[in-house]
Design a protein around this ligand. Structure first.
Ligand code: NAG
Ligand code: NAG
Length: 262
């Protein structure tokens, strides 16, 4: 009976769009999560974070119980509202990440049902963390160029995002204030190379350019844009050529993204 009452109140609060209450096991999950991510709060903050966390966890569980092409999970951001996350981690000024008119020419297939470059060989580098710097464009650039280099040479390098943050301004990029992968590839092409993460480590802050030509470890011969919304062009490029850089808008459900393709 008590449980029904709680469920009823929860449903009512949900309809009324008020702050959700939480059940004892939800608080237990929150405490487990706090331990996992070393979170500590003062009392008032604790209940505020518990509220946000509980809202997120319900959304994640609901999503994962349904049929979707991607799954959600808790992560280190699960105590932040999306507005807070956006203010802390996303660029204030949205970038126009796609080429309105690209020059990629698709073949006519046929294409395999799926392609996973991680299964074809050592072609995909691990996920990296950009910190509090609007440098997503540099990670997209290095990820793609690392794969292309590995496919061409058989060796997967880890390349420097910081070189792009510090040095690619002449190609309409703005360090921690944003940029575009296509313009970063242009920079690498005309600069004659990108050096490795080890030789030019990531700081997550704008700095002065410290490129050393003798250390260049990866090169760009040509850059090709895919027209925005041309999903067939994306499939074609990934299936036939190599992993590519995609730009897309981060909406609130992406805060809980875990794996697979949305
Ligand atoms: C993006 O494109 C729109 C429309 O073309 C333009 O008004 C806006 O200034 C552009 N934003 C950036 C960051 O380049
Ligand atoms: C690709 O598109 C971007 C954004 O519109 C543009 O800045 C860049 O110059 C284009 N690159 C090529 C090679 O067409």
């Amino acid at each position: 009976m008590a449980l029904y009452t709680v469920a009823f109140i929860l449903a009512f609060l949900h309809l009324a769009n008020l702050t959700p209450l939480f059940l004892p096991e939800e608080e237990y999950h929150f405490k487990q999560w706090m331990l996992q991510y070393n979170k500590v709060y003062v009392l008032e903050e604790y209940y505020h974070r518990l509220d946000i966390f509980t809202g997120h966890k319900r959304r994640i569980d609901y999503h994962n119980a349904g049929k979707h092409t991607f799954s959600m999970g808790l992560n280190q951001f699960s105590d932040m509202s999306f507005a807070e996350f956006r203010k802390t981690f996303l660029l204030t000024e949205p970038q126009n990440c796609s080429a309105t008119k690209g020059s990629h020419i698709s073949s006519h297939g046929p294409y395999p049902g799926s392609v996973d470059w991680r299964e074809k060989g050592n072609y995909v580098s691990p996920v990296k963390y950009q910190g509090h710097c609007g440098s997503c464009w540099t990670f997209s650039t290095t990820g793609c160029l690392e794969s292309v280099t590995a496919i061409a040479t058989g060796k997967l390098p880890l390349l420097s995002e910081q070189q792009l943050v510090d040095c690619a301004q002449d190609f309409n990029n703005h360090g921690c204030m944003g940029g575009l992968p296509s313009q970063a590839f242009d920079y690498v092409r005309y600069n004659n190379g990108l050096i490795t993460e080890d030789d030019y480590p990531y700081t997550g802050h704008d700095g002065s350019c410290n490129f050393k030509p003798e250390l260049a470890a990866a090169f760009v011969k040509d850059v090709v844009n895919i027209t925005s919304y041309d999903e067939k062009g994306m499939v074609d490029a990934v299936a036939r050529l190599n992993p590519v850089s995609f730009g897309y808008e981060v909406t609130d459900d992406f805060l809980h993204y875990k794996d697979d393709i949305s």
